[in-house]
Design a protein around this ligand. Structure first.
Ligand code: PLP
Length: 395
């Protein structure tokens, strides 16, 4: 018999993955080209060619022991050094290899850091709408996820509510910008205000509150929007990065954590993260892809492909009477559901073979997420279905 905790997890198993399966079922019935699956954040853009070249170079040029063997649980030292230098050049930080921990994607990084930080009952605050897995990751270490409602006019966080929710149990805050599911980038003002609140509350409560910046979408931004690098604004910041989206490599499971020296208890946290990587069973991030990404730190997927999708979908949805904030980054669009119950709205969309995910999966009922990391042609084919759906609601 499986554990009670897992019974619950299995029962509530991700709506997004269920949708993915539903997509395959509908495709068998109606034909693949007549099903519009916007359910999963699986990058549609090919990884840069440089990645393939780098993988081959690593296999041809580096000794097997260096590529396939065990290593420091935090990752290859030379890879971490290159990443540290690259971040320093881009963001003016002063990192070195010891500040970088290679992780099994952003998901692995978040689990490593939460395992390292949380005592049972500790609270972690995040801002709705948020990546639903945060609930599970925090629960893995018997923490409590506390959520702050969004400002619905622009999906920037409500900082007054945030301040009210901080207490002596608050151990960490997770923010995600560019955001999944809204595509919103938190402004520099938001970040400065948030940092001021954290400094004030640390002082008042005599505690340390860590800010975890979960940023798999950092490179996917449009219209030259700036995404502030958070270590500059708040000393106790940990950055969790991933190549899953920036290089379209989600199956390769590669990312890293940045734990700067300025951070409170930095040395101990670095040691804890190293051990957490090992005892969570990751041992270390996959070696071959570590070595390959280190050779193409300046590579990036062609963001213009997502931008075209964004423009096509956003402009047309607006013309059909849908309401949504124009995304500035990532590859998601968060539309207001055309009825109060977002789950019913997504069911109604399914009748038109449109698969989208209810906002309640992201802690924000009344909305639905459309992942536009799909072929442009599929978006074009789906537009009449979106229009019919809107008309069904009297638009
Ligand atoms: N954080 C957010 C906000 C995400 O959207 C995702 C994946 O979609 C992850 C973390 C996990 O990313 P990774 O595949 O790098 O583990």
């Amino acid at each position: 018999m499986i554990s009670d905790k897992m019974l619950d997890f299995v029962k509530n198993s991700s709506v997004i993955r269920a949708m993915f399966e539903e997509g395959k079922r509908l495709a068998d019935i109606h034909g693949k080209e007549n099903v519009y699956d916007f359910s999963l954040g699986n990058p549609s853009v090919e990884p840069p060619v440089r990645i393939k070249e780098a993988l081959i170079e690593v296999l041809n040029e580096e000794s097997p022991g260096k590529v396939h063997g065990y290593m420091n649980n935090s990752g290859h030292e030379d890879v971490r050094e290159k990443i540290a230098i690259s971040i320093n050049q881009r963001f003016g930080t002063s990192l070195c290899n010891k500040n970088i921990i290679m992780t099994v994607g952003a998901a692995g990084g978040l689990n490593v850091i939460l395992k390292s930080l949380l005592n049972p009952g500790d609270e972690v605050i995040t801002f709705a709408p948020f990546f639903g897995e945060y609930r599970n990751y925090v629960s893995n270490y018997d923490g409590i996820l506390v959520t702050v409602a969004p400002k619905l006019d622009n999906f920037q966080p409500d900082l007054d509510e945030f301040e009210r929710k901080i207490n002596e149990k608050t151990k960490a805050v997770i923010i995600n910008t560019p955001n999944n599911p809204t595509g919103v980038v938190y402004s520099e003002k938001t970040i400065k205000d948030l940092a001021n609140i954290l400094y004030r509350k640390q002082e008042e409560l005599k505690t340390t509150i860590y800010l975890i910046s979960d940023e798999p979408y950092r490179e996917l931004v449009y219209d030259n929007v700036e995404v502030p690098y958070l270590t500059k604004y708040y000393k106790n910041t940990i950055v969790g990065y991933s190549y899953s989206k920036s290089l379209s490599l989600p199956g390769e499971r590669i990312g890293y954590l940045v734990i700067p020296d300025e951070l409170e208890d930095s040395e101990n946290l670095l040691s804890a993260a190293n051990v957490a990587n090992r005892i969570l069973g990751f041992v270390n991030a996959p070696s071959l892809i570590q070595r390959a990404v280190a050779r193409c730190l300046d590579a990036k997927v062609d963001v213009e492909i997502y931008n075209r999708n964004r423009e096509l979908l956003y402009n047309n949805l607006l013309s059909y009477g849908y309401d949504c904030v124009k995304p500035q980054g990532a590859f998601y669009l968060f539309v207001k559901a055309l009825e109060e119950d977002d789950k019913k709205f997504c069911e109604a969309a399914k009748k038109h073979n449109i698969l989208i995910v209810p906002g309640s999966s992201f802690g924000c009922p009344g909305y639905a997420r459309i992942a536009y990391c799909v072929d442009y042609d599929m978006i074009e084919r789906s537009l009449p279905a979106f229009e019919k759906l809107s008309k069904e609601y009297g638009n």
